[in-house]
Design a protein around this ligand. Structure first.
Ligand code: UDP
Ligand code: MG
Length: 318
């Protein structure tokens, strides 16, 4: 029996792309030895997207339409599509052909070599402003710093191939804030990447503005890691050491100064220093309580997220 490939494509006001997308996709995949299922998610479009999809169903019987009750956003649409996809392998991609379907055979070739996750990595970012490239690279650096053992790969969006097993594990994560690109690496399994040149959007215009990009960046970091909260603890420990050193310095310098009658620093300055130390002590106490709250909050977050503590690939017995 042939295996089933599910394509998951979110669509929001993509009337210009519906037919072009379906035609390009089916053309690019016609020689595959897999059955094809196309899960198109209409994410509350206000244009003709849904009508066009329904018409297209006559031509493409493998097309499944998931109509959302309103606009839930890119992540929501992808998550909805993934929940309906029934394939043995699943590939989410954008409707604007920026994730070229012609790459899918190469993704599948890697899957057949035994990889369960095959990332499609953007080599160039054609037509993107220096600002977008700069912010994207900063985003990957920051997330790389915070994400600990889970490596969120650079320049990989939604476009990738995942096996059924990986998708089932991703679906089991019941985070409220969904960031697919950070969930797949959390789940793990044998992963590889292939690179591609990301072309420009074929028709229509981007739905991402600066605010949405910064929301995505914050969601990715916060849903992946509690490291940012731990910064408070790290700061407090650093500050405490600095504070202790400054108190010791005050005592030693004062002791030497008075003992040897050097008058290195006059009394008024000693009083100012002492007052600074007292204010510093209050600040330290406040930091300490913030750190305490941060530590408990971090744990509360992890308990609420309830991600599996481990995922077994296989158990090998002799
Ligand atoms: N999209 C969606 N819901 C939204 C915004 C976008 O389903 O609220 C879809 C959109 O139709 C496209 C994909 O998400 O298929 C990526 O959107 P876009 O091309 O605008 O993003 P960009 O490539 O500019 O990052
Ligand atoms: Mg796009």
């Amino acid at each position: 029996m042939k295996k089933l490939l599910s394509i998951v494509v979110p669509m929001y006001n993509e009337e210009k792309m519906v037919n072009l997308f379906l035609q390009t996709l089916t053309d690019d995949l016609k020689n595959l030895s897999y059955d094809l299922e196309i899960v198109a998610v209409n994410d509350g479009s206000k244009d003709q997207t849904l009508d066009l999809l329904m018409k297209a169903q006559e031509l493409y019987p493998q097309l499944i339409i998931v109509n959302l009750s309103r606009n839930f956003g890119h992540e929501g649409a992808i998550a909805a599509g993934l929940s309906v996809a029934s394939g043995d392998i699943i590939v989410p991609l954008d409707a604007d052909l920026q994730d070229p379907p012609s790459l899918i055979p190469s993704l599948i070739a890697k899957y057949e070599e035994g990889y369960e996750v095959v990332n499609a990595k953007r080599k160039s970012r054609e037509g993107e402003s220096a600002f977008k490239r700069g912010t994207a690279s900063l985003f990957y650096k920051v997330i790389g710093k915070f994400s600990n053992k889970v490596r969120v790969p650079n320049n990989v969006g939604h476009f990738r191939l995942i096996s059924r097993r990986v998708l089932d594990e991703v679906i089991k994560l019941n985070d409220y804030v969904r960031v697919f690109r950070a969930e797949v690496p959390y789940v793990g399994f044998k992963t590889t990447s292939i690179e591609f040149e990301r072309p420009l959007r074929k028709e229509g215009k981007t739905h991402y503005n600066l605010k949405m990009m910064s929301d995505l960046a914050i969601d990715s970091i916060v849903s992946t890691s509690i490291e940012p909260l731990k910064l408070i603890t790290k700061f407090t420990i650093g500050y405490m050491m600095f504070y202790l050193l400054s108190v010791i310095a005050l005592i030693v310098i004062y002791g030497v100064d008075k003992g040897l009658e050097l008058t290195l620093i006059n009394n008024t300055h000693y009083i100012i220093w002492l007052i600074a130390e007292i204010i510093g002590l209050f600040f330290l106490i406040i930091c300490f309580f913030f750190a305490l709250i941060a530590e408990y909050l971090g744990r509360t977050f992890l308990e609420a997220q309830k991600r599996p503590f481990f995922i077994i690939d296989k158990v090998i017995r002799k």
